[in-house]
Design a protein. Structure first.
Lengths: 142, 418, 418, 142
């Protein structure tokens, strides 16, 4: 598999085309809007958190296939998770993405999202994969 | 001299740019991001290094031999750059880049004492265009905020052409700021008409020459603009050096922007008096080696001949526009038939610009993706980001062909080819 | 590592500076004008050239491989320079020079919306010292003018020492700006005491570190200043690059100064929103190769060891002060016994500084003559211009001896020797 | 004669030490104050012009031996000259000074002032020699 194929695995392209959770959320308890200043890509991520648990998640926005797939995979991953657990996933995700291909995502914890492993070698694209996660971070924080 | 750059000419030029013979991702580099920053010929690098190896010292401050030599070379650089843009040396102010040049004028205008002829007041208007680079937009928004003036703009139509009929240039207009060549569309704007309309109402004209200076013969006196800015790094010179042109009389009417050493006559603890232009605007130790290197870049371009550079650019532009337009699902930005330099932005239906760029990068092709610091224009054209290919004197026809083929192939890779 | 630079060490260092082996007026160059601008080692020149030969491209704007490499190197340079001055990377803003850094803070302060906590209003006071370089004086005069605040100053005594008893630091003081080391006297100012007094009244501190950064270990967090500026060209780096340090929290409270590309999040025709610091203050294409070269200069200095650099400077200072004081009719500026770097200014009775400098130049010795951008200090000391000798890591004891002899000889030449 | 001796001829040093015309002028008809921004040297030159003739000249200021000698020599040269003639001397002086040692001052017209010929090779010092002449130019113009 070439590097490019590693970056754009079929699963990524599929999620980018048919993303999960790309819906406005009724009565969110918190929300965050993030922009990638270089390309203007945006994501608005909404959470409904009840008793420390993410009861519902929804996002809107536009961007490259990496950021769209990342948002889609994020939505499947953290839906119904306790906030504390989502926070720990976020930290692991950030560490892996910044590792320049040195650290891989744990398949047991990240499932399909390990398809994003290819991104961390592309320093300029890490921001794309992180965009929805940064929105999640801000939404969880308040 | 032949009126055009032949394949052999370009091959000889490329030998002066060793980076063009390197590989990226195991593929020969195809550098099509010259609109962001150009590569530099050896003569420019050598000039700067040679300065440091034999003459480096502070200019306009020292009386010793090296300082006198450095000062002379620095001022000769100013004269050379002045000739290149059709100005005189006392109209050339060194800046870090074009951005600083626009900011300098905007701040100097708001530093004018109240009541000055050139000072802006509420009710006055500043006119820009909807296709400006942020560098020629935000400083004017900020000036409007500081002075209470109003910012208005010349809209573009659905193709991206300036709609001069709706240009809000009126008796209230005090400044008209626009780019010579759009860094997104590559299209040459109607300078003469805009200057005439601005001057008819007594407004000052600021020309953003960032994307014209590297590609077209430039004669600022003939264009009759009041101010102009450019960046060295886009025209074969190092980073960290730019030029503000201002009519000498105007520069001398403006108060300083940055203050400090080398721009004063007498300083007390209470106040300072200032030198005439251009020194008035050059506070602190200047970008000496970079200015000298910019003069070397100008020599290099002049050696090729700006007429030939322009012809080469217009041929690249045709190849880019024709080639891109021939690919299914590709939308090329900018009005058809306009005069252009060798730069084109486009959108591939169904593929985000970042993904197009990544695909090209895998083949060693460097292009720019994003909004190219022109968000309002992109928004107006219904896009968030596009891909931009931009060439220079060292760009070959074969490179552009290779690029066009890769753009076509990206559609299959991302599953959008029919 | 030995605590001092031996003759052999300095000889090895000199081999890295080819200009030091050239001749001027048929005499070996003795470069004693490092306080104006230093010479550059080959490693700095090579780093910059290598960047252009293999990685040059636009930073923070491109997604292609070269752009990613260049961005990384540029940000690594920021981290390296941050470590060198005892700061964190997000507190380091690139500027052209120290002058721009001071202006940046002064303009950002007056760009604050009315009512902001940090905004200055009439009645507020800005305090500088009487020995400041014009770069750390005039921008504050201008800020006072723009805001209606009052500029006050800490006077110097007849010897040139700061008279802290008469420091007008009061509850009205909002900013205290002073130099770490005077570029005329070479004397290290009492930073800790001034910072304590400024912070006791809630004032911000701006430290001008131009003449300390090349010569002393610098730890801005330990010094507890709020802002600091320095110029690369005085510390073995190229012209065109400087640093503004600002406490991260403060930088993020300030509005932008220069506006344009690469410092925004969202831009419409009406308004713009801005990135956090440091990007907020870095509008337009940055001095990429110069920043990387500054990091190489910092590596070079760190390689020698700043403790040894400082020790070398203080030995030079003793040799200069003792040697000059021993010459009849020579007045050395600055208080005796103060801590100094290797820089001294002096007046020769009966000979104008220009004439002293010319005489030295004839022997290949490059010194600075004039007011060294510190007119108020010269006026206070009853002088118009002085001669300044300033060394660096590459300066030898023999060079300073040769210089001292020439100063003595100038008296006979101009007929003032008894 | 070394270059340095050529620059600092005895006549220059003498004029610098005992300058001519360094006196305030009673009832001048025009005056100009000039500063060399690098070194802070200054000269204030006063003229009494009557019927197009410089009837009296005086100057004050301080500076290096080149600027002082130049002012002194200037004062002896243009005193009692018609303004038009002083202007043409000024032009010749400027041309010679800027010539980098290529053009010498005409001894018939400049007399002792040809001792300043050595200056034109020292680009950084031309400003010093020109300082009083620039003051003369401004004083004559207004
Ligand atoms: C103490 C001091 N402050 C400020 C400056 C200004 O530095 P620059 O001219 O590089 O902006 C200098 C040097 O010129 C200096 O020595
Ligand atoms: C048309 C135009 N204007 C202004 C700029 C700003 O130039 P710089 O970033 O060098 O200041 C650019 C390039 O970025 C440009 O293409």
């Amino acid at each position: 598999m070439s590097d490019l194929d590693g970056l754009y695995q079929q699963l990524i392209l599929d999620h980018a085309k048919n993303p999960h959770g790309r819906v406005p959320l009724d009565s969110p308890t918190s929300q965050s809007h993030q922009v990638n200043p270089t390309c203007g890509d945006e994501v608005t991520l909404s959470l409904r958190v009840e008793n420390g648990v993410i009861e519902a998640i929804g996002w809107e926005g536009h961007g490259c296939s990496i950021s769209q797939a990342s948002a889609s995979l994020l939505a499947t991953l953290v839906d119904t998770l306790p906030v504390a657990e989502a926070e720990s996933l976020l930290e692991e995700f950030r560490t892996a993405m910044r590792s320049r291909g040195q650290i891989e995502l744990d398949e047991d914890r990240f499932g399909d999202a390990i398809a994003l492993n290819g991104v961390s070698k592309y320093v300029a694209r890490v921001k794309c994969a992180m965009l929805p996660w940064v929105a999640l971070e801000h939404a969880m924080a308040g | 001299m032949q009126p055009t750059l032949t394949e052999a000419d370009v091959a000889m030029i490329r030998a002066d740019f060793p980076i063009l013979s390197t590989e990226v991702n195991g593929r020969p580099l195809v550098y099509l991001d010259s609109g962001a920053t150009s590569q530099k010929p050896l003569s420019v690098l050598d000039t700067e290094r040679d300065f440091y190896l034999s003459r480096n010292s502070a200019v306009h401050r020292g009386a010793h031999t090296l300082a006198a030599l450095a000062t002379e070379e620095f001022e000769e650089a100013r004269e050379k750059v002045a000739r290149f843009v059709g100005a005189s040396a006392d109209e050339i102010v060194w800046t870090s880049n074009a951005t600083e040049g626009v900011n300098l004028v905007a701040y100097a205008l708001s530093n004018l004492p109240a009541g000055s002829e050139l000072a802006l007041v509420p009710g006055d208007e500043i006119v820009v265009t909807e296709l400006e680079h942020h560098a020629n937009l935000i400083p004017w928004q900020q000036l409007a905020q500081r002075t209470g003036a109003t910012l208005r703009f010349i809209p573009v139509d659905d193709e991206g052409a300036l709609d001069l009929e709706r240009a809000p240039i009126t008796d209230r207009t005090r400044v008209v700021a626009f780019s010579h060549v759009s860094n997104v569309l590559g299209v040459v704007n109607p300078v003469a008409e805009l200057v005439a309309r601005a001057h008819a109402v007594g407004a000052l004209v600021m020309l953003d020459a960032c994307q014209s200076a590297p590609h077209l013969p430039l004669d600022l006196h003939a264009l009759d603009v009041d101010f102009a800015v450019l960046s060295g790094h886009k025209m074969l010179a190092p980073t960290g050096i730019g030029v503000l042109y201002g009519r000498n009389r105007l520069l001398n009417e403006l108060p300083p922007f940055l203050t400090g050493g080398s721009m004063i006559t007498t300083v007390t603890m209470e106040s300072a008096s200032f030198l005439p232009a251009p020194q008035r605007f050059e506070a602190g130790t200047q970008r000496v080696s970079q200015a000298i290197a910019l003069a070397a870049a100008v020599d290099y371009l002049t050696g090729i001949g700006m007429e030939r550079v322009a012809e080469h650019g217009s041929r690249m532009s045709r190849q880019l526009i024709d080639g891109l337009s021939a690919i299914d699902g590709v939308r090329v930005l900018g009005a058809r038939g306009a005069q252009r330099v060798g730069l084109a932005s486009f959108a591939v239906e169904g593929i985000h610009a970042h993904d197009v760029g990544q695909f090209l990068d895998d083949r060693g092709i460097a292009v720019r993706v994003g909004h190219h610091c022109a968000q309002p224009l992109h928004r107006r054209l219904g896009l968030t980001s596009t891909t931009r290919a931009s060439g220079s004197v060292y760009t070959t026809e074969a490179e552009i062909d290779f690029f066009l083929e890769a753009v076509a192939d990206s559609r299959a890779f991302f599953g959008v080819a029919s």
